[in-house]
Ligand binder design. Structure first.
Ligand code: C5P
Length: 285
């Protein structure tokens, strides 16, 4: 039996603009995705003497068996490869879900990568990744940061200044499909578009003391969620008291605040801990 241990990092969205609704009902986006040092830990094994897929979960509660995206990922992969054997997955979750941090998508990408290595197959993982979820192609890329457009499949790696960050969960349950439905119903209420940056340059300079982070952090979902989720409003207010460099990740409800130094991030962590159900300090990868 062979086994591989792999980390599945979380991402934050440094700005997010919804640019339209596609014929397939999905939305086109513009966002800079950046991975951080919070991660799920996954062990994948392949046993030529057994069959089927087994999943053990620990850490933050996640769906059991077939209901988990990593199980579906293994099934899709094993149906495509000619290599036979049973797949065992042990998943330790640290990334809250739903959170807007891409945890499930990152787990799926990690399992694809692990199975590709274990089976020595040369399958096209990109097609499978797109089928599994809009954010999975980004995690498959294994680059720290990328400008992400289309439904999530058009990726341009970018290099950002290093940052320390504090992640804060508002405590509310906001599943991604519900957030997009809210967008469909209320996009007309939004008066201001938020161009994130001039993407033709795609080069980000240094981040200087006392200056804003060199990427616009506005998120279209924030405007929509504000009036509907009191925890979202409270988190946004609390973070804006600490720094101008804060934003909502994905469709929420996790926020981030960015800092240049570890000591500033630690100070912010101390101020936020106890006020919110989940606070986590990490940094860019
Ligand atoms: O692709 P994923 O499974 O992560 O998407 C979850 C849901 O979020 C989709 O069913 C869709 O409702 C919505 N979504 C969207 N446009 C995207 C990404 C997600 O409409 N680009």
């Amino acid at each position: 039996m062979r086994r591989i241990f792999i980390e599945a990092p979380a991402k934050i969205n440094l700005g997010l603009q919804i640019t339209g609704v596609r014929p397939d009902g999905f939305h086109s986006l513009e966002s800079i995705f950046s991975t951080v040092t919070l991660s799920d830990k996954i062990e994948v094994s392949l046993n030529p003497e057994t069959t089927g897929i087994s999943l053990e979960c620990s850490g933050i509660l996640s769906p059991p068996g077939k209901a988990n995206l990593v199980w579906k990922t293994a099934k899709i992969f094993m149906d495509k490869t000619t290599v036979r054997g049973g797949v065992g997955i042990s998943l330790h979750k640290s990334i809250p879900s739903p959170g807007g941090l891409g945890g499930g998508s990152s787990d799926a990408a990690a399992v694809l990568i692990a199975l590709q290595k274990l089976t020595h197959s040369e399958l096209n993982l990109t097609t499978m990744a797109e089928r599994l979820g809009s954010d999975v192609p980004f995690f498959l890329l294994r680059k720290g940061s990328a400008l992400v457009t289309g439904r999530g499949e058009i990726l341009h790696p970018v290099v950002l200044p290093h940052f320390h960050c504090v992640l804060v969960h508002s405590g509310e349950n906001i599943p991604t499909p519900a957030a997009f439905k809210l967008w469909d119903a209320h996009k007309g209420d939004l008066t201001e578009a938020c161009p994130i940056s001039n993407y033709t340059a795609l080069k980000f300079g240094a981040w200087h003391e006392g200056k804003p982070f060199p990427v616009r952090l506005d998120n279209h979902f924030l405007t929509l969620l504000h009036s509907r989720f009191p925890g979202v409003t409270r988190t946004a207010e609390e973070l804006s008291r600490l720094t101008v460099n804060w934003g909502l990740s994905g469709s929420g409800p996790t926020f981030y605040a960015l800092f240049r130094s570890e000591s500033e991030a630690k100070e912010a962590e101390e101020q936020l801990t106890g006020k919110f159900p989940w606070v986590f300090r990490c940094q860019s990868r």
